[in-house]
Ligand binder design. Structure first.
Ligand SMILES: [Zn+2]
Ligand SMILES: [Zn+2]
Length: 205
């Protein structure tokens, strides 16, 4: 029990997008999303993510051929059990601006994170985005999984973090509770931006 508690304390979540390569500025082509399971991901998790992305973005969402964990062994951390998120994303990034990829990764994923002036070289995360690719760790909590998946795809569609309280694009700042606080919807600003970038959410007022 003690071990479990310790583990859950260590797995602090965060989410960050890499600046400098944010996709989308004036693409009016309708985007599509491909989900690629990496490792042993249950079908129900994959379908759950697909359903939520479909409902939110109303674009084509497909499930690609699954990959074994060996496919990301190059990104394995040398110090901890898990993977360096940015290495995976860089490998899978593509120049196709309309095609978005969401990798569902079995196992822990880390990123470098600076919080209150302190640098954490391997901060455990639930999601990360880079250009047209994002990754999501299929956690057990369906509510968190739903929000993280929509949030990360939002980054690939050109949405930065949002200051509006409750918006899905709020930065979780390394705290899972912030994910719980966010609603399952975008704020007006984010919807406007998405409309401009991709003509999405046309039917939302
Ligand atoms: Zn984010
Ligand atoms: Zn927003």
């Amino acid at each position: 029990m003690k071990k479990l508690l310790l583990l859950s304390l260590v797995i602090i979540v965060s989410c960050s997008s890499y600046d400098g390569k944010i996709a989308g500025s004036s693409f009016l082509i309708k985007p599509s999303i491909e989900i690629i399971p990496v490792g042993n991901i249950s079908k129900s998790r994959i379908e759950f993510v697909k359903k939520n992305l479909l409902e939110t973005y109303q674009v084509e969402v497909t499930i690609g051929k699954g990959l074994p964990l060996d496919a990301i062994s190059f990104a394995r951390s040398s110090t901890r059990q898990g993977y360096t998120g940015i290495k995976i994303l860089q490998r899978f990034s593509s120049m196709n601006s309309a095609r978005k990829t969401l990798l569902l990764i079995e196992g822990q994923v880390f990123t470098r994170r600076i919080l209150n002036g302190v640098t954490y070289p391997e901060w455990s995360i639930l999601g990360l985005a880079y250009g047209n690719v994002c990754l999501v760790v299929p956690i057990r909590s369906k509510s968190r999984l739903q929000k993280v998946a929509i949030h990360e795809v939002g980054h690939t569609l050109g949405l930065p973090h949002c200051e509006n309280r409750g918006c899905l694009m709020t930065d979780a700042k390394g705290n899972a509770k912030n994910i719980d606080r966010a609603q399952t919807e975008f704020c007006h600003n984010c919807i406007q931006r998405m409309r401009k970038n991709y003509s999405l959410f046309k039917n939302i007022k």
